[in-house]
Design a protein around this ligand. Structure first.
Ligand code: HEM
Length: 189
C-alpha cells in the first residue's frame, strides 16, 4: 500500500503523513547535530569537525522551527493518536514522550536565547535574525551557557532510550509499534 494513502492527520491506529514527515526529518537532523558535536568531542579541531560545527547553528535553528511545528501538531491531534497502552508501561511511555518533547524544545531554545542576548549578531543563514546586544544580556547568555550543552547530552540519552524501547517493542512484544510511525499500514485499519 502506498504511503500516499495514509491520511494527513493522526488516528488512534497510526501516525499520519504530517507527523511522520516531522518525526523523521527531526530524527535525521538530530543525528547530524550529535554526529558533529560527538566528533568535536572526540577529534578536537579537525577540518571534518569544522564542517559540522559550521552547520550547527543553521541546522539547529531549522530544528527549532520543526520542533515547534511538531509540538503544535501534537496538540492539534491530541486525543486522536495511537494510545500508549494501560498500566505502568503506558504511563512510563507517556512520561518518556513528554520528557522527549520538553527537552527537545528546550535545547535549541536555550541556544537561541543565548544568541539573542549575545554581543554578536546572529545570522545563521547569511542574513541577520538577531542584532548584536550592547551590552550583552547577561541572564540570557548565562542561562543558555548553563543549559544548552548539558541538556543536549540529556536529550541524546532520551533519544537512545526511545530507540531501545522501540527495539524492545519490536523484538519482544511484537505489537507493531514501529509500523505506526514507519510502516505503510493504513491508519484506521
Ligand atoms: C536541537 C538542536 C540542537 C542540538 C541537538 C544541539 C546539540 C549540541 C551539543 C551536543 C553541543 C555540545 C555541547 C558540549 O560540548 O558539551 C552543542 C554545542 C553548541 N551549540 Fe547546539 N544544538 C542544537 C541547537 C543549537 C542552536 C539553535 C544553536 C545556535 C543558536 C546552537 C549553538 C551551539 C553552540 C554555540 C555550541 C557550543 C557552545 C556550547 O557548548 O554551548 N545549537 N550543541
Amino acid at each position: 500500500m502506498a504511503l500516499q494513502s495514509l491520511p494527513l492527520r493522526d488516528t488512534d491506529q497510526a501516525y499520519g503523513r504530517v507527523s511522520r514527515l516531522l518525526h523523521w526529518s527531526i530524527a535525521a537532523l538530530m543525528l547530524w547535530q550529535f554526529l558533529g558535536m560527538g566528533l568535536r568531542l572526540l577529534l578536537g579541531r579537525q577540518p571534518v569537525v569544522s564542517f559540522f560545527v559550521g552547520w550547527h547553528q543553521p541546522v539547529g535553528t531549522v530544528l527549532f522551527v520543526l520542533i515547534a511545528l511538531r509540538l503544535a501538531w501534537a496538540l492539534a491531534n491530541r486525543g486522536n493518536r495511537p494510545d500508549h497502552g494501560r498500566g505502568l508501561g503506558g504511563r512510563a511511555a507517556r512520561l518518556g514522550h513528554l520528557a522527549l518533547y520538553l527537552v527537545m524544545a528546550a535545547v535549541p531554545a536555550a541556544a537561541l536565547l543565548r544568541a539573542y542576548g549575545g554581543e554578536r549578531a546572529f545570522a545563521p543563514f547569511g542574513f541577520q535574525l538577531f542584532p548584536a546586544q550592547t551590552p550583552p544580556v547577561g541572564w540570557m547568555v548565562g542561562l543558555g551557557d548553563a543549559l544548552h550543552g548539558e541538556m543536549a547530552w540529556l536529550l541524546l540519552l532520551l533519544i537512545l532510550g526511545h530507540v531501545v524501547m522501540v527495539g524492545v517493542h519490536e523484538s519482544m512484544w511484537r505489537d507493531g509499534t514501529l509500523a505506526r510511525m514507519a510502516g505503510r499500514r493504513r491508519a484506521g485499519l
